[in-house]
Design a protein around this ligand. Structure first.
Ligand code: ADP
Length: 257
């Protein structure tokens, strides 16, 4: 499981690099493609040949860039109905080998079946990143809690800095009792390659954010030095097939905010 985990993370980093590179390359190749016909229109036969060659190369480069971009965007990611219970089960299994003896792992889940619309593998990867970070923040042990509850978001839910699309969401919390982080670190969390670890990549949280955003969700952080950190994900709930909208939000049990 460990090596599969590493492979997944390496793949994710690779996808991010490919994405960044593709954008830069496209900006370099596009002007070439536009200039090539002007050279190819020259009266000089030699220059015409060079112009055509430049055009062909630029075209081939841009095709490669396009396929790299679709790789980076995960063009093959399938959208499916994801059961919260299945997500938690998979996560428990993935974490099994990584939770040290001095850490208690707690799952808090509602009795109702909650459904998400998205890609289970991606969501797993995202939660796993958050859990592994949480474990690394608790070198002396502690408690890692994963909690899930249905929540209704209104447009002003996050205050001034972000207005969510109102609706029924799953609120997922990854909570640790670890070292927490300073205000400076908190502000830099989602910067590519930002890490405070000697062996960190600084891509984990960025990739989490990408996954959550792709799911039309929201990712929030609260942290206190010496007390711990809570990452909160809000992911849109899927509606139950054939049922009226928002049926997946359990009445009375779902937390209203
Ligand atoms: P990496 O884990 O490779 O450093 P991430 O993007 O996942 O990259 O995290 C960036 C930084 O955010 C970490 O180096 C760490 O300083 C901080 N961080 C992330 N999660 C936590 C957490 N649960 N508690 C304390 N700090 C954290």
């Amino acid at each position: 499981a460990e090596s599969e985990l590493l492979r997944a993370q390496r793949f994710e980093s690779l996808a991010m690099l490919a994405g960044g590179l593709s954008h830069d390359l496209r900006n370099i190749l596009q002007p070439l493609l536009l200039t090539a016909p002007m050279i190819a229109a020259s009266d000089d036969a030699e220059l015409r040949k060079h112009g055509e060659l430049v055009g062909d190369c630029a075209r081939r480069g841009l095709e490669m860039v396009a396929s790299m971009l679709s790789f980076a965007r995960g063009a093959r990611v399938e959208i499916e109905r994801v059961r919260l219970a299945a997500l938690f089960d998979a996560l428990a299994m993935l974490l099994r080998g990584s939770v040290p003896r001095n850490v208690t792992l707690v799952f808090e889940k509602p009795d109702e079946e909650l459904l998400l619309e998205g890609n289970q593998t991606e969501l797993q990867q995202c939660l796993l990143n958050l859990c592994l970070n949480a474990l690394q923040a608790m070198p002396d042990g502690g408690t890692l809690t994963l909690s899930a509850v249905a929540a209704q978001l209104e447009g002003d839910f996050f205050g001034e800095d972000e207005s969510p699309v109102p609706g029924a969401y799953l609120r997922l919390e990854v909570r640790d009792t670890g070292m927490g982080m300073s205000e400076d670190v908190r502000r830099s969390l989602f910067r590519p390659f930002f890490t405070t670890k000697s062996d960190g990549t600084g891509l984990g949280l960025l990739s989490c954010k990408r996954i959550v955003t792709n799911h039309r969700g929201y990712l929030r952080v609260a942290s206190e030095v010496g007390t711990g950190t809570t990452f909160t994900l809000y992911l849109p709930l899927a509606t139950v097939e054939g049922a009226p909208e928002n049926a997946a939000l359990p009445r009375g049990r779902g937390e209203r905010i």
